[in-house]
Design a protein around this ligand. Structure first.
Ligand SMILES: [Zn+2]
Length: 453
């Protein structure tokens, strides 16, 4: 049993909070999964419980001077790009220049399970140290003849070693459609053979499928990956309406990406669309009527100049919106809270302002809804006990009247003091429990230097 005690404030979800006056503590213990969890024990052996029934040895986590929030869920990352940050020629360029520059860098280094492991260790560790307890890794780079099951397994093992949850998305970017589908099926068979909804029994690993977008993948790829998803109960994810996506769709098919996705059967409740820059009112209404979910990635789209999703309009239409960082090739940090701050700051340029609580909820429960994970992204009873303890006792938070607004508005680049995933402490006093972050960084640096030599 783990007791998080003496918190100054606890954010349970978008509408429920507790302050120091009303027993600001949380108890984590053996639990039954939430009744609507995707598999009977998806929340793992531990979750948030009523303190009355909790028994067994007790571990304490001091949260005095701290705000506790649900663990953040990064709904869109490309972990491999953690090895390819700030590359010359990748900043301030249009997407049609950026894509081949990144592809050349991947080819120079060589993408294989060893690099996937080193990048994922760095990317997942960086996320955990910033409060990201679940990350969706949209892996798009599968060189011909590569060991695709090995790449997926190496990424999954890296996350598991660190204690972070991973949703691995078997992506495609101009892959042969049949090969992409066969690979997705092989990965499912190897990693989650019997898992309903593609989620492992302990809830730590999830498999999904996702072409990069209509600009890169054909109707056949969408159809065949969709068939694997339907057969195996996997979620579907893709990217839509980033800069080149609309232009290429118009040029190639005479239609906009959303219209193509509708034709290809990819507007449905099991689909999450990342980016969604410059969607029209009619497109927003269509997305809402089809029950899709969305992911906002301002930390990538804004600095690259690729657009801003009209988040307030998407939410007003009833579309659940999550938050993602996208990858290191376009957003050099996997710091989701920093991007939550950016989302809040940029919102008035793309519609009405959005308040801090709503943005925080997008970065946790909003993202979890898109992954089909009702046990994640909140701290209600039965939740999987993924949480962050943020110290707000320093000068950067002095004078803050609203502790939740302050989490986002004050102290840019804030990191959590402690992070708990599934009831296990994985970051304690700002350091990883399972690995030395400096060793992970130097392993990746050495690997890259060896391959460039
Ligand atoms: Zn992306």
């Amino acid at each position: 049993m783990l007791i998080i005690h003496d918190a100054a404030h606890i954010v349970i979800d978008a509408t429920t909070e507790r302050s120091a006056d009303d027993a600001a503590r949380l108890v984590v213990g053996p639990t039954m999964a939430a009744p609507d969890a995707p598999s009977p024990d998806a929340s793992g052996p531990y979750g948030l419980v009523d303190s009355a029934g909790a028994t067994g040895p007790v571990e304490h986590l001091d949260a005095s001077g701290c705000v506790v929030t649900p663990g953040l869920v990064n709904a869109h990352h490309h972990l491999l790009q953690s090895a390819f940050r700030t590359l010359p020629g990748t900043r301030g360029v249009p997407m049609h220049v950026w894509l081949p520059t990144m592809a050349a860098a991947y080819a120079e280094i060589g993408i294989d399970p060893e690099l996937a492991r080193a990048s994922a260790l760095v990317g997942v560790a960086e996320g955990l140290l910033a409060g990201v307890t679940t990350v969706a890794d949209h892996h798009l780079t599968w060189p011909a003849g590569s060991d695709t099951v090995g790449i997926a397994r190496a990424t999954a093992d890296a996350a598991r070693e660190l204690g972070g949850r991973l949703a691995f998305v078997r992506g495609s970017a101009r892959d042969d459609p049949e090969e992409a589908a066969a690979s997705a099926d092989a990965i499912a068979e190897a990693l989650v053979p019997d898992a309903r909804g593609g989620v492992s029994a302990d809830g730590m690993f999830q498999l999904a499928v996702g072409p990069a977008g209509v600009h890169s993948d054909s109707e056949a790829t969408f159809r065949l990956l969709g068939e694997v998803a339907a057969r195996r109960g996997l979620r579907r994810r893709t990217q839509a309406n980033e800069q080149v996506d609309v232009a290429i769709a118009l040029e190639k098919y005479g239609k906009r990406p959303i219209a193509l996705l509708e034709e290809w059967g990819w507007l449905a409740p099991d689909v999450t669309l990342a980016h969604l820059c410059a969607v029209t009112d009619e497109e927003i209404a269509l997305l809402a009527s089809r029950g899709v979910t969305a992911t906002h990635a301002p930390g990538c789209d804004l600095p690259m100049g690729w657009g801003i999703a009209p988040v307030a309009a998407l939410r007003a239409a009833g579309i659940p919106v999550g938050l993602g960082t996208s990858g290191g090739g376009s957003n050099d940090a996997g710091h989701l809270l920093a991007d939550a701050r950016l989302a809040m700051q940029v919102a008035p340029l793309a519609g009405p302002p959005i308040d801090a609580r709503s943005i925080l909820s997008m970065a946790s429960e909003g993202s979890a809804i898109g992954l089909g994970r009702p046990e994640l992204g909140h701290l209600r009873p039965g939740a999987a006990a993924d949480l962050c303890v943020w110290d707000v006792s320093g000068v950067a938070d002095a004078g803050v009247a609203d502790p939740v607004a302050g989490l986002l508005w004050a102290s840019p680049g804030r990191r959590p003091r402690h992070v708990v995933v599934g009831g296990r402490v994985v970051v304690r006093d700002y350091e990883l429990v399972a690995h030395d972050q400096r060793a992970l960084a130097s392993d990746l640096t050495t690997l890259l230097a060896t391959r460039r030599a």
